[in-house]
Design a protein around this ligand. Structure first.
Ligand code: PLP
Length: 487
């Protein structure tokens, strides 16, 4: 019987093998004669020795200790852990894409550049702005690129500005990106409705403000209804408006950041446009901008001339390259396939279902886990265990851990910071009614359990490969090295 902590070396049996090399069909060479002495091994490499079935069982067992969208509901707020259709994966692994090379001659890659150009055009339409770069490798990377463009824009106009305004309901990467681009952050408070406080914003605006970064829908899952006014106020002092569109699931086909007066927008293809994520896999954070910011886009930019599709490097005001080659190209292929297959109607349906699912789930659980800003939500909502914690001592972390025993991935916890004991829940459009109801039932069961036996909930999880971890130690003293038993 394999133990959960066993690694493949523990399973090794000397002399066992699972793969036979074909018979040598070239003359045998003595390595000692063919290679410099210092490069020849004295001993065989310490590889595990196993049969094929040992290996298959080992890795299948490991995969079953994990949890993913393919296993069940994954309502991790602000992450859009939706199901991504397999056909987009299939299309991205077609040989014209996987056999191409970044150093190919442009003339031989015109089909690839065309895909690059047309995906860019489709995303521009979705965002409502005219120019785009597909280079950034992630959302936060796109934010930094956007802020470097803000800097380039102001410097070009001879204006040194030092401040970026950020609402207290923005995603945590926003202040980090602005700081990386060299700006001081000034926070803008939310009002009683969980939206940007316009009076507070007016007070914060000054000629020192380079830009404002707004996450919309904000991290409370609420739509910033005054976005157009926000943009107008900032434009009065020639400050720019950055729209964090990482979670575009709620606005697809409904409205555009362009229509709201925004200047720079990033999208997360690995959230909204069919690339699975988590585990640090490749992502893509395209940045879409207005005409006046287009000169600062990273080089190269895909262009369409009469004779075909090309990359334009001749852009003297560009902030330069921000990523090797053309970004994560196969992620772009998946997004392009997704957009073509869904079509305008399909994308419109995505936002309808994502918002409907979030509102339905909110209505099912808000009697037990209250919602501080109780308005119709967008693609997600933020509930709270505050009341439960004061009655029973069972906190949001305990509820999250207990959910694993019920077979669900926990929601995002303790974010946003403006809601105590926050549970940020994003069901996505790819879940059906029965799943949402089963999750709501689990939440209510945990609520009841907490009233009857708080200690039980505080000890969860009980059914996972490892129990309650010391999360600080696991983050700060992570040890991924193998220590053989005799070490
Ligand atoms: C996920 C997310 C980001 C960051 O995206 P990464 O690809 O993880 O860098 C930024 N803003 C919002 C609102 C997000 O949800």
């Amino acid at each position: 019987m394999m133990r959960p902590e066993q690694i493949i070396y523990d399973l090794s049996v000397p002399g066992r093998w699972g793969y036979r090399l074909p018979k040598l069909d070239v003359p045998e060479v003595d390595p000692a004669k063919a290679l410099p002495k210092s490069m020849v091994r004295k001993d065989k490499p310490p590889l595990p020795e196993l049969s094929e079935v040992d290996v298959v069982r080992h890795f299948t067992r490991l995969s079953r200790m994990n949890y993913g969208v393919d296993v069940g509901f994954y309502p991790l707020g602000s992450c859009t852990m939706k199901y991504n259709p397999r056909i987009n994966e299939d299309l991205a692994t077609m040989s014209p894409f996987t056999d191409s090379h970044p150093l190919m001659e442009e003339a031989d890659a015109s089909g690839l550049i065309r895909l690059y150009y047309e995906l860019g055009a489709a995303l521009c339409r979705i965002v409502g702005l005219p120019a785009i770069t597909l280079q950034p490798a992630a959302g936060a990377h796109g934010e930094m690129v956007g802020m470097l463009m803000v800097r380039a824009y102001h410097l070009d106009k001879g204006s040194e500005r030092s401040v970026v305004l950020i609402p207290d309901s923005s995603h945590g990467t926003n202040p980090a990106s602005a700081a990386l681009a060299g700006y001081d952050i000034q926070e803008v408070a939310s009002n009683g409705r969980g939206r940007i406080d316009i009076e507070a914003l007016k007070e914060a605006i000054s000629p020192q403000v380079a830009a404002m970064m707004v996450t919309n829908p904000n991290t409370l899952g609420l739509f910033e209804e005054e976005m157009a006014l926000v943009a107008e106020l900032l434009h009065e002092v020639d400050a720019l408006v950055y729209y964090d569109g990482a979670n575009a699931n709620a606005i697809l086909g409904r409205t555009t950041p362009g229509a709201m007066g925004c200047d720079i927008v990033h999208l997360n293809l690995h959230k909204t446009f069919s690339t699975p994520h988590g585990g640090g896999g490749p992502g893509s954070g395209p940045v879409v901008v207005t005409e006046k910011l287009a000169p600062y886009l990273p080089i190269p930019v895909a262009v369409k001339y009469k004779n075909g599709y090309h990359f334009d490097y001749d852009r003297p005001k560009s902030i330069g390259r921000v990523q090797a080659w053309q970004g994560n190209f196969l992620v772009l292929v998946k997004a392009f396939a997704y957009i073509l297959i869904m079509g305008e109607e399909g994308l419109h349906q995505v936002s309808e279902d994502a918002v409907l699912n979030a509102n339905y789930l909110m209505s099912l659980i808000k009697d037990t886990f209250n919602v501080k800003y109780d308005y119709p939500c967008m693609h997600e909502f933020v509930a709270s265990s505050k009341v439960l914690a004061s009655e029973t001592g069972v906190r949001t972390l305990d509820v999250a851990k207990r959910l694993m025993d019920y077979g669900f991935h926990p929601p995002t916890v303790y974010f946003p910071l403006i809601v105590e004991e926050a549970l940020m829940i994003e069901p996505t459009e790819t879940e059906d009614k029965a799943t949402l109801e089963a999750f709501a039932e689990a939440m209510k069961d945990i609520y009841r359990e907490a009233q009857q036996d708080a200690e039980k909930v505080k000890g969860a999880p009980y059914t996972t490969p490892v129990g309650r971890l010391d999360e600080v130690k696991a983050a700060k003293e992570l040890d991924l090295c193998y220590h053989p038993p005799d070490e």
